[in-house]
Design a binder for this molecule. Structure first.
Ligand SMILES: [Zn+2]
Length: 378
C-alpha cells in the first residue's frame, strides 16, 4: 500500500519545512520533499508532523505494567503510549528475583518478536541500596556473571539495555559482559564516584539512567557520576521531562551543556500513565498516584512518572525553551540512535514510516506506525 501525505509543516532535526510531502510505501518512507502536491495525496492542512517518539525507558501505562508478565497488560501499556505518539518503546523491568525476571522476559518475548516492544531494559537488580528509589531494597544484589549469563541465555537479544551501579562489586566487569553481549549499558541508581563512573564509560557504558534522579547531586569536592556522565561525549543522558522529577530550568541547563544529540527524553512511566490516579504497584511495591505524581506508599519516594512523550514534547517546548527541531532530536532521533535502531527516529527515505500529526497546541491528532494509521481518523 502506498500513501502520500502533503500540506504539512515537517519538523526535522534542523528545521520546520513548510508544505512538505512524504511518500510512503508499505512500512517505509520512500521520499521526503517539497513541491507541488501530487494528485491523491492526503492533505494534512498545515498540521505539524514529527517522527514518532522513541521511549527507551518505560515501565507501563493504561493500567498495564511490563513487570506483570501478563500479555494483556504488556499490550495495553504499549498501546497506551502508542496513542500518545510513542511508536517505539523499550519495556523497563524493575528489580525482581531471577526467577521473576525470567518469567517476565518470557512473557515479553512474543511482543519483542512481533515488534510491539523494541526490547527489554533491566533496571536493576544490580543497583545501589542508597539510591534504590522504587526498587525493592531486599532484592538488590551485586552483579554475578553466572546470573547475567542465565538471563542473556534465556532472553537472547531481547535484552536491549541494563541499568547498573558500577561501584558494586563486579560492576565494571558486568558492564563489559553486557557490552560484549551487545546490550546497551546505562549507569544509574548509583553513588559511584567520578573515577568509577569514568571506568564504566571506558568499559562501554553509553547511557545515564534518568540523569540527576537517583544519583548524588554535583558536589564541589566529590563531583561523582553527574559530572562524569555529562562530561563525556560518549554518554547519552536520559531526562524525565515531567516537571516533577527535574525542574524545567535544570532540564534546560543540562540540554544547553550536553546538546540535544546527547539527551533522550524518557517517560520512566508506570501503570498510571494515560490512566486514572489511585493505587498502583511498581514491581512488588505499593504506589499512590495523586496530583500527577507517583510515590511509594512506604516512604513517599518517586516511583516512576505518569508522563507520556506527547506531554514531554509540550514541556520541552513550553517550559524548557526548546525548539521543535531540538525536541524531535531528544524525543526520537537520539534515543533511536542510542538503542541502535537505525531505521527509526527521523523521517527520511528508507526509514520506518513512524510519525505523529500535531496541531498548533502540540496535541496529537493522528499517529502512524510502520505505514499504518493507529490512532485518529483512519
Ligand atoms: Zn525506571
Amino acid at each position: 500500500m502506498s500513501v502520500t501525505l502533503c500540506g504539512m509543516r515537517l519538523v526535522t532535526e534542523d528545521d520546520v519545512i513548510e508544505d512538505a510531502i512524504i511518500a510512503i510505501e508499505g512500512e517505509r518512507v520512500v521520499g521526503v520533499r517539497r513541491g507541488s502536491r501530487p494528485a491523491g495525496a492526503i492533505d494534512l492542512e498545515g498540521a505539524l508532523v514529527m517522527a514518532g517518539f522513541v521511549d527507551q525507558h518505560c515501565h507501563g501505562g493504561g493500567q498495564g505494567d511490563f513487570f506483570s508478565a501478563d500479555i494483556d497488560q504488556i499490550r495495553t501499556a504499549a498501546a497506551t503510549h502508542l496513542a500518545h505518539g510513542t511508536t517505539t518503546i523499550v519495556a523497563s523491568l524493575v528489580t525482581a528475583t531471577t526467577e521473576d525476571l525470567l518469567a517476565q522476559l518470557a512473557a515479553l518475548r512474543p511482543t519483542v518478536a512481533d515488534g510491539t516492544i523494541a526490547g527489554v531494559h533491566l533496571e536493576g537488580p544490580w543497583i545501589s541500596p542508597q539510591e534504590c528509589g522504587a526498587h525493592d531494597i531486599t532484592l538488590l544484589r551485586s552483579p554475578d556473571p553466572a546470573e547475567i549469563e542465565t538471563l542473556l541465555d534465556a532472553a537472547g537479544s531481547d535484552i536491549a539495555m541494563v541499568t547498573l551501579a558500577p561501584e558494586l562489586a563486579g560492576g565494571v566487569a558486568a558492564t563489559e559482559q553486557f557490552v560484549d553481549a551487545g546490550v546497551v549499558v546505562a549507569v544509574g541508581h548509583t553513588e559511584a564516584d567520578l573515577a568509577t563512573t569514568r571506568a564504566a564509560i571506558d568499559s562501554g557504558a553509553t547511557v545515564a539512567t534518568h540523569l540527576l534522579n537517583r544519583m548524588p547531586v554535583l558536589h564541589k569536592r566529590s563531583p561523582g557520576p553527574v559530572l562524569a556522565l555529562m562530561d563525556d561525549p560518549r554518554v547519552v543522558c536520559e531526562l524525565i521531562v515531567d516537571g516533577v522529577h527535574i525542574d524545567p530550568e535544570m532540564v534546560r541547563f543540562v540540554i544547553e551543556h550536553v546538546g540535544p544529540d546527547r539527551v533522550a527524553a524518557v517517560t520512566d512511566a508506570m501503570g498510571a500513565a494515560g490512566a486514572p490516579e489511585g493505587r498502583y504497584k511498581i514491581g512488588y511495591l505499593d504506589v499512590e498516584v495523586a496530583d500527577g505524581q507517583a510515590r511509594l506508599t512506604s516512604d513517599g519516594a518517586l516511583a516512576g512518572s505518569v508522563l507520556t512523550l506527547d506531554t514531554a514534547l509540550v514541556n520541552l517546548v513550553t517550559k524548557c525553551g526548546q525548539s521543535l527541531p531540538d525536541a524531535t532530536r531528544m524525543l526520537s532521533a537520539t534515543p533511536a540512535r542510542t538503542m541502535g535502531l537505525t531505521d527509526r527516529g527521523r523521517l527520511a527515505a528508507g526509514m520506518r514510516a513512524d510519525l505523529v500529526v500535531l496541531d498548533d497546541q502540540l496535541s496529537i491528532s493522528r499517529v502512524m506506525r510502520a505505514g499504518t494509521w493507529v490512532s485518529g481518523p483512519q
